[in-house]
Write a protein that binds this ligand. Sequence first.
Ligand SMILES: CC(=O)N[C@H](C=O)[C@@H](O)[C@H](O)[C@H](O)COP(=O)(O)O
Length: 229
Amino acid sequence: MTCIIPDRSLVVSCQALEDEPLHGSDTMVKMAFAAMQGGAAGIRANGIEDIKAISKAVDLPVIGLLKKDYPGNDIYITPTLEDALLVSQAGADIVALDATDRVRPDGRSLSETIGILKSKGILVMADISTFEEGIKAASFGVDFVSTTLSGYTPYSKALDGPDLDLVTKLANVLDVPLVAEGRISTPDEAVSALNAGAYFVVVGGAITRPQQITKKFTEKIQERQAKIL
Ligand SMILES: CC(=O)N[C@H](C=O)[C@@H](O)[C@H](O)[C@H](O)COP(=O)(O)O
């Protein structure tokens, strides 16, 4: 399969929600530029404005998503077909969507949603949380399966680091590229995910969320203080 994102490469997720200090398309474009200068092969971006701005300004493939809350529903990554179409129209080269085994807010099944997107020639990344969800999403014809939501559904295990077990198991059986995403904090963890069979890795907070990076330092320093006292 020809892929617009090279094998064994790094995609940087440049996202800042409204309540985060770096929120805003100007900042996210700068983050994406910085990622490109560092050698990233692609960008993952959230929200119509950020997707438009980044895909216009940065010459890298963009994996787009739309984080949106629907009252009474837990799905928040590109929850509906309409959201997915908006992401595609905004200029995303690949549309990432929640592909967990949960009821979608628009009442469409996952297979129907994927089927419609594929009939329009849209590349789809399935964000899953378990092995079974990965197998199911692949059978519905997605182009990529990503471990994005492992640890973020009530029925998946929340680990401190990346879910390398899930990466290994899915990479072994899937015919479509398996993407390792979620809690990859160091270059060594990224390499471990590639060694486990990931086609490419997506790294977010460890590169683009300075408040998260700072917290790692302050926590270590506090731990040291606690040992001394
Ligand atoms: C669970 C969820 O909502 N993940 C989101 C998906 O787009 C982003 O907030 C993450 O930053 C992205 O998946 C990369 O992961 P990490 O920031 O851990 O490297």
